[in-house]
Design a protein around this ligand. Structure first.
Ligand code: MRU
Length: 344
């Protein structure tokens, strides 16, 4: 993140990413446009709530904790530019309608709404958004510390989608753990599935790992069964975790967990408490985002299927808790039964 007045303090040196997903200063708010990575590193100015909604919906900014923070900052930015209380409440409603699965978006917006409804001075609204940002950042550093104990020297570590600092403030969730293990001198190698259809693994995780100079191998999802036997451990993130530990994450995570069980590879979830939804007893009611058919009919901008091909494009799936070895949150490494450990 851009370190400017009012923003959260610098993270501990070793975990400070060499790139900033969010840029906030006294006048402006921008996000690193993740649609353009790894080819271009360009910031997208979010001048108002409508442009923030668009950026979240089209994945210019993405990843569960990061969209929560981006949405809170969008509200704060609108407030300091003079939006009325009514406009802010309307804006919060629009932001909440951008993406349904990641709980973090709603946790952050509920907090902003509760404050806005009390008609506080503008600087209080800004302070609240910055506090949400800082809290997520701190959770990420704590999770990295807890989780790195699961990784031993020379391990081959699998992951999925993108869960680094492009997905969560600080150092990320699952990728944060991997980065911390690398920085602790564990000489790991990461296996990165490309993550069709939008290639968050190939475009973003591979890019983040190269920024950190962490050795990795990029594979297609079709290669996963062939490479799984060589993996020692798998760490993934979460968009929403139900009270029993069922976990929604990027589409393909469920298949990866089934493969991991077949090959006896321990499969861990890393997510902050802002992704834990204790109101849902299991994963059946987690809302799953359905995205445009064109994301599947094309590869980048090149069409690869008939224009009218019938397509199913769920963006997330739910991995049953029984396939998960444990869940790392900022509170430590939690094990089953999650209905107890997640509640403590
Ligand atoms: O659709 P995306 O790219 O926002 O999906 C992101 C993921 O599925 C991540 O794994 C998830 O947000 C958890 S890591 C912060």
């Amino acid at each position: 993140m851009s370190q400017t007045q009012g923003g959260p303090k610098r993270p501990p040196y070793s975990l400070k990413p060499p790139y900033n997903a969010l840029r906030w200063n006294q006048r402006s708010f921008a996000v690193l446009d993740q649609r353009e990575l790894p080819l271009k590193k360009r910031y997208l100015e979010l001048a108002d709530i409508n442009s923030a909604c668009k950026a979240i919906r089209n994945l210019a900014v993405r990843g569960a904790p990061l969209i929560g923070v981006a949405a809170a900052l969008a509200v704060a930015h609108a407030a300091r530019k003079g939006a009325t209380q009514q406009e802010l409440v309307r804006g919060i409603k629009k932001l909440a309608a951008t993406r349904p699965t990641a709980l973090n978006l709603f946790v952050a917006l509920d907090r902003m709404k509760a404050l806005v409804e009390r008609r506080p001075p503008r600087d209080k609204i800004v302070a609240e958004a910055l506090a949400i940002w800082k809290e997520e950042e701190e959770r990420s550093f704590t999770m990295a510390e807890h989780g790195q104990r699961l990784i031993r020297k020379d391990m081959k570590v699998g992951t999925y989608c993108n869960t680094g600092a492009l997905a969560a403030p600080g150092v990320g969730t699952a990728l944060g753990v991997i980065i911390k293990a690398h920085l602790s001198g564990k000489r790991i190698r990461v296996v990165v599935p490309e993550t069709r259809p939008l290639l968050q693994g190939a475009r973003l995780t591979a890019w983040e790992l190269s920024q950190w100079k962490i050795p990795y191998t990029l594979v297609t999802e079709s290669a996963l069964a062939s490479v799984m036997g060589a993996l020692d451990v798998i760490l993934v993130g979460a968009d929403r975790i139900a009270a029993n530990g069922d976990t929604a994450n990027k589409i393909g995570t469920y298949g990866l967990a089934i493969l991991a069980r077949h090959f006896k590879v321990p499969f861990w979830v890393v997510a902050p408490s802002s992704s834990v939804d204790l109101s849902l007893k299991d994963g059946a009611k987690i809302p799953i985002e359905r995205r445009s058919a064109d994301e599947v009919r094309a590869f980048a901008s090149c069409r690869t299927a008939p224009r009218d091909a019938s397509v199913a494009n769920p963006a997330f799936d739910v991995t049953p808790a029984g396939l998960i070895r444990g869940i790392v949150t900022e509170r430590g490494v939690l094990s089953a039964p999650y209905s107890k450990s997640l509640r403590k």
